[in-house]
Design a protein around this ligand. Structure first.
Ligand code: IPT
Length: 991
């Protein structure tokens, strides 16, 4: 016989007892008390521990204290278990709706006072804003009820159990429950009371709920008010003081729509909000109304009649120390950061966030896709057999989830789409959710990606479709088949607005191709942009046994099943540091675009509705990266969707260095999210005078040699370089390997014809198979001439007949030392290469090489399919700052199109390198690091990198692109590096 409790934990019912129906999360002047703070806590290994703890007089003196809100696995230094990370996998047997007896169960208790003046209250309600995953509530020993729906609000009527003065609340929380099957989101499993607990007095004659449905049409705003209150609560008064509006409704029947003249609309760009109060004599509710109308017209998604392009991020609630516990200050800064990086939209993947987040979104301005707390992805493994989404036993649970989602957040102007959930297959319960939303809120469309055939949703949505496929979705008349669609369904889907609810998987170094996706949006108006997966890494701050801090991912807590570092796929590192991909995103998503044409530049405003009156335009000119002139560009105000043609300033062109003009669009005044002068968009124009390509040095008359000689600053022994400018140097040696990125390790099956990869096998795997990480060298010859040395070597890997011939020619003309390296692969290399480079090892000696100054692309790393944030200029960096601290060490730090590089040691110049273009005008890039690619590839975490005694300079003739194959398409063919012959030419001088 299953115990009462084990039956309870496997019950699919969403709640029981005095659980109340959902309503808005309102700012009210009715009295309330936060029950956040220290609670008494006990953790049991199973759900069936005695319930005596709920009794009023239970002695919890021996229990620990735990903060509420928090997750118990992030408290107590491991004393209460550890976090578990899985993406799709269930960390318990798939036996729905049952969960194992091993079910960590947290018992919470605390005392609280009910103020004497609350005796006037008609009711007292206890609200839980988030408890993972199932809980039961007792007040003064009375069992009140229970609920599931971890990221949803639950309110209980506790009136009859309360008394003035001291009271005791007890809560039992089970980590696993039937609900866990529908909360299988790609994130850490983090049990506990992790959002606020609030005791709320409901006054007699109060307002139970209010909904301001706002609209905007032709300069006119509209408010349709829905008031939920007892008849006796009337009259109800609505006030909008800024516009002098006051409406008094004597009875519920009098409540009528209101047209408001002279309002400014709300948009993500100009988030204009108006304070509104709705009050009775007993209670006053404060809201902030934003006037906007959401509409689908044909295949266009419109707000206030204008097409919206989502430059969005998938946002999880995650913090390295708090987990999903909300911190308003941090969230506000996070959202401000999104704005600074030209993000204009958020999908709340895959559950409603803390309700305050939506206040911030209203205020700062984001288009929000608000997603319900629902995902059953683990059923994919069973071919979706038993999926709750199509099982009537779960229907009420699904409906409860969507009701709680929509009701809680319905007042927010920022929410423009409701999303039913994520990766829950398809089925009748999802269709029922959608029907409920359509009936309740006709003013906002319904999204759910898994409805591939478009049977019950309003927008067509996909995740990770390739550039080609996305283009085919956008192209009128295209008949290319769509995923899981018959031709007729595909045709229907093409009549709807399309969005990518996830794309550009930002795991580790990458993604590439952001600009290609962006370009499609402007070619095909049906495509409404999308949401990058995802905003931030979910690393959890942990320490190594010897006390070094690091960001933990799946497996670091000894989980039985886990998905490794798949949880580290954000554009922001766990510690809030923007990755280069976020800078790339900012450049690609810039709402102002420039096109040079002779002595003019066309400036186009791609915003939804805001003009450019908030911007000013600056220009500056540099000669080889040195500033020579600057000024302001006079640009008329450009309306949204319009362009202006502006004359360029007179640009001083240098005869013997590169001349670059840079134009920035910057904020003319401070905003809520950035200071005055913050750069929105940048463009560069190469105005360099043509200069002759440096001649190839004459081939001297070679004769065999033992290769021991000195050429200017270079000393050679046995044909090998041993010293440059008096410093020990090893190399250069051919380097074809890069520490695989997460995308290089991606082994997706879906490989397009255009891809360079093999379905189901990662590129990294192929590189290791071909031995690119373990190349060996056989010297074929050493020759010398009057002031030159030549070596020819054959480079290949164990058990491979493939090889590369490397010819290196050192020559001295006057005091100019030049190295020319010819790299020529044998026939038959089957795959792409990560890089074609030469590596110099610079042992520390007395003073390590610890910095670089360069003229080329910067300031951040760049790769062939991620070059948009990089600009041509002069930059400097410490060696440490050249690399990004990806949670799993991998290729990082490549600076493209290098012209000049100075290596420094404690600020002193050590070596100066000038690159010469190859015959096709291409320049190499460089990487300077304390570790070799092979060392980096062996480390799972930054702390596993060995202590270093050498700096490594790699000069790359070419690098492979990044792609996003960790979850999505491989590198686009144009940016894939095929084995090919390359030349590197460097002039090297002492510092
Ligand atoms: C997709 C999920 O929707 C998302 O939650 C996340 O897991 C992402 O993948 C990868 O990080 S689903 C995948 C099968 C495309």
């Amino acid at each position: 016989m299953p115990s009462r409790l084990s039956a309870y934990v496997s019950d699919t019912a969403p709640g029981r007892g005095a659980l109340r129906t959902a309503r808005s999360w309102l700012h009210s002047d009715a009295p309330r008390r936060s029950l956040n703070g220290l609670w008494r806590f006990r953790l049991s290994p199973t759900a069936s521990t005695a319930e005596d703890f709920a009794a009023e007089d239970f002695d919890d003196g021996g229990w620990d204290g735990i903060p509420v809100p928090s997750h118990w696995v992030l408290q107590g230094d491991g004393a209460y278990g550890r976090p578990i990370y899985t993406n799709v996998q269930f960390p318990f047997p798939i036996d729905p709706p049952h969960v194992p007896d091993e079910n960590p169960t947290g018992d919470y208790r605390r005392h609280f006072d009910v103020p004497a003046d609350w005796s006037d209250a008609e009711r007292v309600v206890l609200r839980f804003d988030g408890v993972e995953s199932l809980f039961t509530l007792w007040v003064n020993g009375d069992e009140i009820g229970g609920a599931a729906g971890s990221r949803l609000a639950h309110e209980f009527d506790v009136t009859s159990s309360l008394r003035p003065g001291d009271n005791v609340v007890a809560v039992r929380v089970h980590q696993w429950s039937a609900a866990s099957y529908v909360e299988d989101q790609d994130q850490w499993w983090l049990p506990g009371i992790f959002r606020d607990v609030t005791l709320i007095a409901r006054p007699a004659g109060g307002i139970e709920d209010v909904w301001l449905r706002t609209g905007f049409d032709g300069g006119r705003g509209r408010i349709e008010t829905e008031v939920t209150a007892d008849a006796a609560a009337f009259p109800v008064t609505l006030r909008l003081p800024e516009l002098g509006i006051e409406r008094v409704w004597a009875t519920a029947a009098d409540v009528a729509p209101l047209d408001v003249d002279g309002v400014e609309p709300w948009s993500a760009e100009r988030p204009r909000l108006y304070d509104v109060t709705v009050s009775t004599s007993a209670e006053s509710i404060t809201l902030r109304a934003g006037f906007r109308t959401v509409e689908i017209r044909g295949d266009r998604f419109l707000v206030n009649g204008r097409r919206v392009v989502f430059h969005g991020m998938n946002r999880h609630e995650t913090h390295p120390e708090r987990g999903r516990v909300f911190d308003e200050e941090h969230a506000r800064e996070d959202l401000a950061r999104m704005k600074r990086f030209n993000v204009n939209a958020i999908r709340t993947s895959h559950y409603p966030p803390h309700p305050r987040l939506l206040d911030l979104a209203d205020e700062l301005g984001f288009w929000v896709v608000l997603e319900c707390d629902l995902e059953t992805h683990g059923f994919d493994k069973l071919g979706w057999a038993g999926n709750p989404s199509d099982d009537p036993a779960w229907r009420e649970a699904y409906l409860d989830r969507i009701r709680r989602t929509v009701e809680r957040d319905k007042n927010h102007p920022s929410i423009v789409i409701w999303s039913l959930g994520n990766e829950a297959g398809t089925g009748g319960n999802l269709a029922a959710m959608s029907a409920w939303v359509h009936a309740r809120d006709p003013g906002r469309p319904v999204h759910y990606e898994g409805d591939h055939a478009g049977e019950y949703t309003d927008v067509y949505s996909r995740m990770y479709s390739s550039v080609l496929e996305t283009e085919e979705i956008g192209t009128d008349g295209s008949r290319a088949p769509l995923l899981n669609c018959t031709p007729a369904q595909g045709a229907r889907q093409r009549t709807k607005p399309f969005l990518l609810c996830e794309y550009a998987h930002a795991m580790g170094n990458g993604p590439g191709a952001l600009d290609q996706y962006e370009a499609l949006v402007h070619e095909h108006p049906r495509l409404h942009g999308g949401f990058v997966w995802e905003w931030r890494d979910h690393g959890i701050l942990a320490t190594t046994p010897d006390g070094r801090p690091y960001y933990a991912y799946g497996g670091d807590f000894g989980e039985v099943v886990h998905d490794g570092n798949f949880v580290m796929d954000g554009m922001l590192l766990s510690d809030d540091v923007p990755t280069p991909s976020l800078h790339e995103y900012k450049a690609v998503a810039a709402p102002v675009r420039f096109a040079f044409d002779g002595d003019e530049v066309a400036i186009t405003n791609l915003r939804h509705s805001a003009d450019t009156s908030d911007l000013r335009f600056r220009w500056h000119v540099e000669h080889d990266g040195t500033p020579v002139d600057s000024g302001d560009l006079q640009v008329p105000v450009v309306a949204a969707g319009e362009s202006a043609q502006v004359a360029l300033p007179r640009i001083p062109v240098s005869p013997d260095s590169e001349t670059w003009l840079t134009v920035d669009a910057v904020l003319a005044a401070q905003t809520a999210w950035a200071p005055d002068g913050h750069v929105i968009a940048t463009v560069q124009l190469d105005r360099s005078a043509p200069r002759p390509a440096p001649a190839v040095r004459r081939e001297p008359h070679w004769r065999r040699s033992d290769g021991t000689l000195t050429l200017g600053i270079a000393e050679f022994v046995d044909g090998s370089l041993v010293r440059l400018a008096g410093r020990a140097v090893a190399g250069p040696r051919l380097e074809l390997f890069r520490a695989p990125t997460d995308n290089d390790e991606g082994a997706s099956q879906e490989v397009e014809e255009s891809d360079a990869s093999i379905a189901g096998v990662s590129n990294a795997e192929l590189w290791r198979r071909d031995g690119l990480d373990r190349l060996t060298t056989r010297r074929l010859s050493v020759d010398r001439a009057a002031s030159a040395l030549r070596t020819i070597a054959k480079v290949s890997a164990a058990n491979s007949a493939l090889s590369v011939i490397v010819e290196s020619v050192w020559s001295l003309e006057g005091d100019e030392l030049e190295l020319r390296v010819e790299i020529e692969p044998s026939k038959g290399w089957p795959t792409v290469w990560p890089r074609i480079g030469i590596r110099f090892d610079l042992p520390d000696g007395a003073a390590p090489v610890d910095g670089a100054e360069w003229f080329g692309l910067g300031p951040l790393e760049s790769y062939p399919d991620s070059l948009r944030a990089a600009r041509t200029g002069r930059f400097s960096s410490t060696i440490g700052d050249l690399s990004v601290d990806y949670a799993r060490p991998q290729e990082t730090g490549h600076r493209s199109r290098l012209r000049q590089l100075t290596l420094t040691s404690a600020g002193t110049e050590v070596l100066r390198i000038v690159t010469l273009p190859d015959t096709r005008g291409r320049r190499p890039g460089f990487t300077l690091s304390r570790h070799t690619p092979q060392q980096i590839a062996r480390a799972g975490h930054p702390f596993q990198l060995p202590d270093s005694t050498t700096s490594h300079l790699i000069v790359d003739a070419a690098q492979h692109g990044l792609g996003s194959r960790a979850c999505g398409p491989d590198v686009w063919p144009e940016f894939a590096l095929r084995p090919e012959a390359r030349t590197i030419r460097l002039r090297i001088a002492a510092g």
